[in-house]
Design a protein around this ligand. Structure first.
Ligand code: CA
Length: 230
């Protein structure tokens, strides 16, 4: 009997999973997006998370990394890609096991039992998460949606926070503008001004300028990266 969080945007798959897992006497909660999953995991203790990788808001690998940033709860990823390299990457990113869609309930139950056995043997509780993202003097807590710079709380708008949290999740990595638009704004197309405007607001709040960057670095024509001041 486990507390299970099902993260799945397909209504049909989701209801089927809920029904079968409940029938097997598990306590099930379900959400349809990665951000809802992060929120749930922050508030409720789970024994296992079943994470669909094709979610509407975040790329599956990103969702997994963000989950891993805040909790040690066992995660079984459900992937439509039967691709060995991808599966190895997911396991390296912190997945405990995986299932290739479509999978049977019996298969899921077996994987869940194995993952739960391992977790219990290690004394992992899936308890309340505590980990925030830290980049230099910057601390970003994606669940509580708080950010601090050198211990001073930052007053950010929703979008500024999303942008900062996304960049803080991959410090030192140049994130292409197109990816920022897709991940933070959920837009396939858009003009660069949207990003530039938010970057300049964020910079002001971080006490820096484009000419004298500390954390936020814009690489013209390439993208943006966040890294600790040198
Ligand atoms: Ca999906």
């Amino acid at each position: 009997m486990a507390r299970v969080l099902v993260v799945e945007d397909d209504q049909f798959v989701r209801s089927a999973l809920i029904r079968h897992l409940s029938d097997a006497a598990h306590t099930v909660r379900s959400v349809g997006t990665a951000l809802e999953a992060l929120r749930e995991v922050a508030q409720v203790g789970f024994d296992v998370v079943v994470l669909d990788l094709g979610l509407p808001d975040l790329d599956g690998r990103e969702a997994l990394k963000m989950l891993r940033g805040i909790t040690d709860v066992p995660v079984i990823v459900a992937t439509a890609r039967d691709d060995e390299a991808e599966i190895v990457r997911l396991l390296n990113d912190g997945a405990d096991d995986y299932l290739t869609k479509p999978f049977s309930v019996a298969h899921l139950s077996a994987r869940m039992a194995a993952v739960l056995r391992r977790a219990r043997a290690q004394g992992s509780s899936g308890g309340p998460p505590s980990r925030a993202l830290r980049v230099g003097g910057l601390t970003v807590d994606p669940l509580r949606r708080t950010a601090e710079l050198d211990g001073r709380p930052l007053d950010l708008t929703r979008r500024e926070f999303d942008l900062l949290a996304f960049l803080a999740g991959r410090p030192g990595v140049v994130v292409p503008r197109r990816e920022l638009l897709a991940e933070v704004w959920q837009q396939a197309y858009g003009d660069d001004q949207t990003i530039d405007v938010h970057l300049s607001w964020l910079r002001r709040k971080l006490g820096e300028t484009a000419a004298h960057p500390r954390y936020l670095h814009t690489l013209r024509g390439v993208g943006v990266k966040l890294e600790p001041p040198q």
